[in-house]
Design a protein around this ligand. Sequence first.
Ligand SMILES: [Zn+2]
Length: 425
Amino acid sequence: MSIVKIFINAHLIDGKSNHSIPNALIVVEEDKIKYVGDYDETIIQNEGNADTYDLEGMTLMPGMIDTHVHLCMGGEASTFSSMVLDTPAYAAIKGAERAKQALEVGFTTLRTMGEKGHIDIAIKRAIEEGIIVGPRIVASGKALTITGGHGDMFPPEVKIDGIGVVVDGADEVRRAAREQLKLGADHIKMMATGGGMSPGPGTVSQLTIQEMEVAVEEAQKFGKITGAHAIGTEGIKNALKAGVRTIEHGTFLDEEGIQLLLEKNAYLVPTLAAFKTLKYGRDGGVPEHHLKKVEYYQTAHEANLKRAILAGVKIVTGTDAGTPFNHHGENAYELECLVKNGLSEMDAIKSATQLAAEALQLSEIGAIECGKIADMIVVAGNPLTNITLLQEKEKIKFVFKGGQLVHQNNVLAEELERKSPTYVS
Ligand SMILES: [Zn+2]
């Protein structure tokens, strides 16, 4: 006998339609969605013995997807502490807990974007083998960066296992990309420009078009995707010209860059949550050189994002969780930021569900649709009238991954049973 779950009286946001559906009926059989539509007594009767959830006053929507996280960092004021002091083994243990925190707030899929010690690939495997509970992971392994580039922070005498692998020239890019894929990476992350957290200007171009083309070629051979960290105008366009699928941050995006995003059918991941660094960093001990840069970025970043949204660029949710004060488990803050910058509540939810799934080439998830895998969450209330609801942990009532209930919000029981440590994550 197959396991069937029936959801009645749901306010349904399916992740793809422009309108929600009141009083929807959803039937899940094993790991798949079997029926989505109006209430139908005969369908319920035909299912016989099923678990029934009455979702009066609640919204059912796809599990959310955060397309940009770093599990080896925990929002510390300076990433140097986690980079230097955490061995990859310890980072993996912390990273597993951080991934679980995202799952519990309704994020059923995470894409990692550069991890020390390939911890993301290990965490993914442990989740898939049922050793630990966690979201689906689309893993990067290490990010490809040039000598002295973003992510290559330490002098060569200091042996630190950082988030990047240093590559100079097309052959080294090819080798490093193949190495990530060999170890189990699902996509290749590249550094197209400098960045906020490493010394030096963030706007300068780093990997060349020719170098990035090689990584794109290697990824595509295996049906995998690519993403590029890109702050500066030229670097953004270099990545797009090389065929990179997702542009991360996109701060100094110009008109030509917007046209390239549209032409190439690429995606923009604006990672607005990363500006938490500014919000809390001055009192919180974030290094001054970092704050200065991020301050300079923010105005341009938001103005250019608004232009991209108006031009119809596909915007995808990604938080850069793990960067200073940008804590895991607060992932839904990004949706609030997207709404503040011009997306409707519905479009913000799509950016975290169907569009994100599309960007990551995950055709089986991202929407509540017949035949899709049942990654779904139940939220008390209606996030279309208040997007910040999604940030309230107690409002995320049920989280299902592949049809299985993986988290239930029962605060009392949770407090009694909670054995997890309380370190800063
Ligand atoms: Zn990042």
